[in-house]
Design a protein around this ligand. Structure first.
Ligand SMILES: Nc1nc2c(c(=O)[nH]1)N[C@H]1C(S)=C(S)[C@@H](COP(=O)(O)O)O[C@H]1N2
Ligand SMILES: [Mo]
Length: 331
């Protein structure tokens, strides 16, 4: 079954999550009194641990975050908020894990347009604000496993991509979906770097049945807040059973296609990264094992190594998509 509802949060699971849970308690405290809608957002801004930034804008978005249902919850302990917003891969802002946090804070993402093109009844360019009026937001706590063998557990806010697809009416020729990230040299120092061998913009793709799978999320927030720039503001894909590079950030175009799209990491190193990129402990990366992962936070003295699960533990929901496929060949 897909939908597992949060019963009760145990204090022991969440000691690191002060911001998130303080906020949640606040929100629950106001639920039912009708006071929340009229409160200024700043009243919910809590002082951050280590003065970490918070992301409570834009209001038209975060106003919708009150009383969201948690519709899916990994049993794992959440990663610290600090880890989620400071340990990032977003090559448009640089190659180091700390670059996106350090260099993306002034990234301008409102207003934001998304172009819907290709094999679809009415190709349209939407303002994100209008696109989000078509869907309900929910919170989902997913494991997130990077191909580099580290992982996190993050509470995302977003909506099921499949529910949007159905409203966009793709044609019968639509067999794949391609996603394209913004490529703006003025705002993204990584695009100007002479060290970058990437053919921008960053692109990714899914097969149609993968895109329609109920686990596939378009996320606009995390930890009860708007998506931080370093995590792919204002809207990104989350495909929890695949390696993190499939979860493309800062999406400006979604194209329905008859043919399999290219994806950035496969273009860059085709013998190392494929199109499917399903988390698979039995198929190693040519340069390292994928049998285990470092669950962040991880340090030299406390590496926190755990076994990697097939499909990142989401086999019940997605294994049927790949029956009859040799996942060693289709890596
Ligand atoms: N546009 C874009 N999307 C991207 C990337 C990137 O460099 N550019 N990196 C990917 C990789 S390799 C990972 S592991 C995740 C990281 O997401 P996070 O920084 O929110 O943890 O984003 C993915 N999406
Ligand atoms: Mo990654």
């Amino acid at each position: 079954m897909l939908i597992k509802t949060r019963k009760q949060i145990h204090e022991s699971e969440v000691t690191d999550e002060r911001h998130f849970l303080n906020r949640r308690k606040l929100i629950q405290g106001f639920a039912g009194v009708g006071a929340l809608a009229s409160m200024p957002a700043s009243a919910l801004v809590l002082p951050g641990e280590d003065n970490l930034p918070r992301y409570d804008n834009p209001r038209w978005l975060t106003d919708r975050f009150a009383n969201l249902a948690t519709t899916y919850q990994a049993q794992d302990k959440l990663s610290p908020y600090k880890t989620a917003i400071t340990h990032n891969n977003f090559y448009e802002f640089g190659l180091d894990k700390s670059d996106p946090y350090e260099l993306a804070q002034s990234f301008n993402t409102d207003p934001w347009k998304i172009e819907i093109t290709g094999e679809v009844e009415n190709p349209t360019t939407f303002y994100l604000e209008d696109l989000l009026k078509m869907v309900d937001l929910e919170e989902r706590i997913y494991r997130f496993r990077c191909v580099e063998a580290w992982s996190m557990v993050v509470p995302w806010i977003g909506f099921e991509f499949g529910k949007l697809i159905k409203q966009l009416n793709p044609t019968s020729k639509a067999k794949y979906v391609e996603f394209v990230t913004l490529a703006d040299e003025k705002q993204m120092p990584g695009l100007r770097s002479i060290w970058s061998s990437i053919d921008w913009p960053y692109r990714e793709g899914l097969r149609m049945d993968e895109a329609l799978n109920p686990l596939t999320l378009l996320a606009v927030g995390l930890y009860g807040q708007a998506m931080p720039p370093q995590n792919g503001a204002p809207i990104r894909l989350i495909v929890p059973w695949k390696y993190g590079f499939k979860s493309v950030k800062s999406i400006v175009a979604i194209k329905f296609r008859e043919t399999m799209p290219e994806n950035t990491w496969r273009l860059t190193a085709p013998n190392e990264y494929g199109f499917y990129a399903n988390v698979n402990p039995k198929v190693d990366h040519p340069r390292w094992s994928q049998a285990t992962e470092r669950r962040l936070p991880s340090s030299l003295f406390s590496p926190n190594i755990i076994d990697t699960e097939m499909f990142n533990g989401y086999g019940e929901e997605v294994a049927h998509l790949y029956t009859g496929m040799d996942l060693r060949q289709w890596y």
